[in-house]
Design a protein. Structure first.
Length: 53
């Protein structure tokens, strides 16, 4: 748990865009991996018509 708190301290005062760029460079991934997907937030959360399926 101490590692997590250290990471939070490092990225606490950084703007989200800069944090994503730094995470991408640290993990050698594209910045897109660190962007939240807006379509998941906008998706309707409705119940199924037929819950037995």
């Amino acid at each position: 748990m101490s590692d997590y708190s250290e990471v939070r301290k490092v990225f606490k005062d950084i703007k989200p865009e800069m944090a994503r760029q730094q995470l991408a460079s640290l993990t050698l991934t594209t910045p897109h991996r660190w962007f939240p997907r807006a379509r998941d937030k906008k998706a309707k959360k409705t119940e199924m018509n037929r819950p037995y399926l």
